[in-house]
Design a protein around this ligand. Sequence first.
Ligand code: OOG
Ligand code: NI
Length: 265
Amino acid sequence: MSLQVEKLFERLWQDYISRTPSAPKVHQVLGKGHEIVNDHVAFRTFDIAPVRLEALAQHFLALGYKEGGDYHFEAKKLRAKHFEHEDPSLPKVFISELMTEEFSDSLQQKVKAMVEQVDPAIVDKDEFLYSGTHWSVSHADYLELLEESEYAAWMSAFGFCANHFTVSVNQLPGYDSLEQVNETLKQEGFRLNTSGGEIKGSPEVCLEQSSTMADRHPVAFSDQTVEIPSCFYEFAKRYKTEEGKLYSGFVAASADKIFESTNAS
Ligand code: OOG
Ligand code: NI
């Protein structure tokens, strides 16, 4: 693993755990001192220049990642792509973006006003990927966005950062199934996302996924500080396809439910 990639994921991790205190606890509980291998890391953004999905992807393409599948989420008005590296020790990267033009004028105006405050010159710097917000919204604006799109509201509060890391259950010593992982987490008091069932996907689609519900973290809005759902941890078990290789893509129907891990309830 090259030093540059390693450093980037380490910085993303440090930033992520600053608003996701349950993430290092997940490592303690599941890893018991062993190193945890991550299946993927996920990012969110808006489909507006200079912060489009492709702009975030450029960071990973420059590090040797290749484009994998693309995914569409009609109800949530999102699209996504995944990227993978030939070095199997490196996590895959899942990047989604909100299709802003499909929303109300009011939402579009709010999002444009946020994105206009991003200095285009910093988008291609490594730090951009964990730079958070470049704007300040009121709690009322957050709530208005929340009515139309939980994703838009989440972006207004947290901006650019790793939305989640994902334990690779295939590479987790002591666990044969995702059920076992989920049972351990529940015993330790973690709250799992039950939308679409605790386990999304199946061996038939070559991918099973589960996730915690996001931690709650205080966000300083322009007018007040409020605790809202921040980031979560995901768990993935991959199965071999007919060609005999572990499936490396994502499953849109499952991903659709994973997005809901940042919902309030
Ligand atoms: C991404 C949700 C989808 C997956 O692994 O299918 C996903 C998000 O919540 O930003 O991570
Ligand atoms: Ni994920």
